[in-house]
Design a binder for this molecule. Structure first.
Ligand code: SF4
Length: 628
């Protein structure tokens, strides 16, 4: 294969795609990449085209009929440029242009085009789904072969198939079993843990997108191609909320994989708490419902890596009521112990809905539309304002009053909006000087929270959509100004329901997240876990930071996230994380074996339908082991 004339920055952008699939949901109301919803294969979304360009440059695929179609159906509309910039800061349009240019040149020069031949297996798959929904085109296959997970390499499937119904899923699974071909199930993106790859058949569930509400019964039935964002939108239109997590992840995929967890897990729980029933095509091709008496017992939990019960073809998910007086507030703390203790108290007293202890890293990343602003805010918030942790709480009016009485200093919804729209000026000299001159023994953030200071804060920050738009490239400012004029973009409740900013965690580098269930009344255990993650990261020279902690089950347990950050395209960084895992795995296994309430989420993978009680309150430790 000939080599491309490579603009390194274009290749680098293509290789840096995080596979979060945010370009597959219309989360900024820009509309979607036009070819995606029509063609459905990942190759027809910006994410797939990024992979195609990288694969071409790296000589991993030939120019195929599928690749040409994927390139030519890009209209250079620019939607992906703003979508991707919002979460990653990247501008993929240059990749799309380069891909089109390459294909055009290839065709102009009359170079060969690979035309895949239909083999006997593909023919049978197409008999099940129709010709358009099964392929062995190497370019299309490549977009299902890799993700940023640093500990797995490219694994090309032989076929990708997009079933349109449960019966088609059952027929595909039966065929795969009959021919002894392995298969993997793929939701919207990748698992970013390398779990959705196979050298057999990939089932992409994107075509199965039915949503059926049963409002009288407080539930909604969803097929496996429905994303959290789409379902939350539909629920919200009807005055409800679902316990959904990452917006581009599919609801069914998320439940089966780990169960939904987010700050809403404080009240809505996780795993089996979130659904009423689920339908599966088992690995033997037979359909079952979890509520059948004779169904496999997936509500149990096994502390081991085990396969999923099959292909989820439907989930009946709970709807939760929403009251008109909900508000998101942030309570600042300089001290981790106090922040955790406060969050635990809120959870025990059933005061908050969504609840989490956030560190400065998450807050600055979520609020900032650019990496450079995020870096600045991360420094200013603790140094100038004295805020090291924020307890995020979504509350009703009663909870709001309770928090005001309990905490004193509260960043309410209106102040949050001011801070966010004035964020570029939060680091300005004016604020630094005025806070520095603030009298008293109180922490500096008190200045922000005092109602009488609100006009001063507003005068300094001059919050407006135009102000926050100053932080992005000049050619994007009009777009960002219009975007931030929309009230939901600065509404803590909406941002937590739809979670469109959480993917910004991977903006600087790919995030490698560790999630651990911990006993919330054992602060020393929680601090030990955080310190040990920090120590191991330091020993391997990995970027790292505390993520969040969310109370669960009325403050008895919590889920803790600690993140490592790596450039997944850098072999040195990949090796560092591989080396770190040699220490982390045994350490966490040992901790879980000797400490009640500790479970590494990795063991919940594929067991997301289990009862949370079975992993939050695992029996043990065994008597012959020393308890911490
Ligand atoms: S520029 Fe191309 S890849 Fe990007 S959204 Fe538009 S059509 Fe899709």
């Amino acid at each position: 294969m000939e080599h491309l004339t490579i603009d390194d920055s274009v290749r680098q952008t293509a290789a840096q795609c995080r596979h979060y699939a945010m370009c597959k949901i219309d989360y900024l109301r820009t509309g979607l990449c036009p070819s995606g919803p029509e063609k459905q294969y990942v190759a027809y979304y910006p994410q797939g085209r990024m992979d195609l360009y990288r694969a071409l440059v790296d000589d991993l695929i030939p120019v195929t009929e599928g690749l040409i179609d994927a390139a030519e159906t890009c209209t250079l509309c620019g939607i992906c440029d703003v979508q991707c910039h919002f979460v990653t800061g990247m501008r993929p349009m240059k990749v799309m242009q380069a891909l089109k240019d390459h294909v055009r040149k290839h065709l102009d020069e009359k170079k060969p085009v690979h035309a895949p031949t239909e083999d006997a297996v593909l023919k049978r798959l197409r008999t099940i789904t129709g010709n358009d929904w099964a392929t062995n085109d190497p370019a299309i296959l490549f977009t299902y072969a890799d993700d940023p997970f640093p500990l797995a390499g490219v694994r090309m499937p032989r076929y990708v198939v997009l079933p349109g119904s449960r019966d088609e899923v059952a027929a595909i699974v039966s065929l795969a079993n009959q021919l002894e071909i392995p298969f993997a199930i793929r939701g919207n993106g990748g698992s970013v843990f390398g779990f959705v790859f196979t050298d057999g058949i990939v089932l992409d569930m994107s075509r199965m997108r039915r949503i059926d509400f049963d409002v009288d019964n407080w539930c909604v039935s969803v097929e496996p191609g429905v994303t959290s964002f789409e379902l939350q939108q539909e629920a919200s239109r009807r005055g409800f909320r679902v316990n959904a997590a990452e917006p581009a992840a599919t609801v069914c995929g998320n439940i089966v994989c780990t169960g939904m967890f987010s700050p809403w897990s404080n009240v809505y729980g996780t795993a089996a708490d979130g659904f009423i029933d689920m339908e599966f095509v088992g690995r033997n091709g037979k359909t079952f419902h979890l509520n059948d008496k004779n169904a496999p017992n997936v509500y149990a939990f096994e502390h081991a890596m085990i396969p999923s019960p099959g292909v989820c073809t439907r989930a009946v998910v709970k709807l939760h009521p929403v009251t008109a007086d909900e508000e998101g507030v942030l309570v600042p703390f300089a001290d981790f112990d106090k922040a955790v203790t406060f969050a635990r108290e809120l959870s025990q007293r059933r005061i908050a809905l969504a609840l989490a202890v956030l560190g400065g890293h998450y807050i600055s990343t979520f609020m900032s539309p650019s990496q450079s602003l995020s870096d600045t805010i991360k420094r200013v918030v603790p140094d100038v304002l004295g805020i090291k942790y924020l307890v995020l709480a979504v509350v009703d009016a009663h909870g709001r009053s309770a928090i005001a009485r309990m905490a004193g200093n509260v960043i309410d919804g209106a102040l949050f909006r001011t801070l966010m729209l004035g964020l570029p000026r939060l680091a300005g000299r004016e604020l630094v000087e005025i806070v520095g001159a603030y009298e008293g023994n109180s922490p500096p953030y008190e200045f922000l929270c005092r109602p009488e200071m609100r006009p001063v804060v507003e005068a300094i920050l001059r919050p407006s959509p135009e102000t926050i738009a100053e932080s992005v490239d000049e050619d994007l400012r009009d777009f960002y100004t219009r975007l931030y004029a929309r009230p939901e973009m600065t509404d803590i409740v909406w941002l937590n329901m739809f979670r469109i900013v959480s993917a910004r965690m991977s903006r600087r580098k790919h995030m490698f997240a560790f999630l651990i269930y911990v006993p919330l009344d054992r602060l020393e255990i929680i601090k030990h876990v955080i310190a040990e993650f920090g120590r191991i990261a330091g020993a391997h020279q990995l970027d790292h930071d505390y993520g969040f902690l969310t109370p669960m089950d009325f403050g008895k347990r919590a889920i803790l996230e600690y993140d490592y950050y790596i450039d997944h395209t850098d072999p040195v960084e990949k090796q560092k994380i591989a080396d770190a895992m040699v220490t982390i795995g045994p350490w966490l296994d040992g901790l879980a074996a000797t400490t009640k309430g500790v479970t590494f989420l990795m063991y919940v993978f594929s067991q997301g339908c289990s009862r949370k009680e079975n992993f939050l309150y695992r029996v043990g430790p065994s008597p012959d082991r020393e308890e911490r």
